[in-house]
Design a protein around this ligand. Structure first.
Ligand SMILES: Nc1nc2c(c(=O)[nH]1)N[C@H]1C(S)=C(S)[C@@H](COP(=O)(O)O)O[C@H]1N2
Ligand SMILES: [Mo]
Length: 172
């Protein structure tokens, strides 16, 4: 439970998500437009790097595949940098946010996602350590090579698979 910046207050009416970079056509969705997309639910566990886990969580939102299907990743796209409106960033292999394994979520256990936990909307990538799940997400930037985000520049792993215990740069 580590937050690098002060908690912002983001009015859902003001919130937007942009998917751009190495894509055929960049797009921005408003709160209303994002909710009009086919919804998707994640049910399962999440893992923090400091060893705590949260079991049996339910998050609701839209899966990243749906957004990517509408922007069309370019063939040379390999990585994603997730940006928060606060300036927080985290990098991920594109393969880790496709295949039904990553979501933008606005509901947690049936309630609107609390601002403290990244509301109105955060990224959720439950199969990787939780620092990859950017709170207050505002942009997914597709990239043709890896570029480190906030914690990664400060020593955290570029991928962060909890089963491989990829906590720090240099871990397998
Ligand atoms: N914007 C932003 N997102 C972030 C972070 C952060 O500092 N800023 N911390 C990450 C880390 S290290 C963790 S463990 C989780 C914490 O999420 P929680 O506050 O909902 O428990 O958010 C991740 N997403
Ligand atoms: Mo964390």
């Amino acid at each position: 439970m580590l937050t690098a910046e002060a908690q912002p207050r983001i009015d859902p009416e003001e919130w937007t998500i942009t998917v751009d970079g190495a894509v055929e056509r960049s797009r921005t969705w408003s709160w209303r437009e994002a909710h009009a997309l086919p919804g998707s639910t994640y049910h399962g566990d999440i893992h923090c790097v400091t060893t705590w886990s949260m079991l049996d969580t339910t998050f609701r939102g839209v899966d990243v595949d749906t957004l990517l299907g509408l922007v069309g990743p370019r063939p040379d796209a390999t990585h994603v940098l997730a940006h928060s409106s606060t300036g927080y960033t985290t990098n991920l292999p594109l393969a880790d946010v496709t295949g039904g394994r990553a979501w933008l979520v606005w509901e947690y256990d049936g309630r609107p996602l609390a601002a403290e936990h990244g509301g109105p909307v955060r990224l959720l990538v439950p199969h990787l350590y939780f620092w990859k799940s950017a709170k207050w997400v505002s942009r997914l930037e597709l990239m043709t090579q890896d570029r480190q985000g906030f914690w990664e520049r400060n020593g955290y792993h570029d991928r962060g698979d909890p089963w491989l215990e990829q906590r720090y740069q240099g871990d397998p």
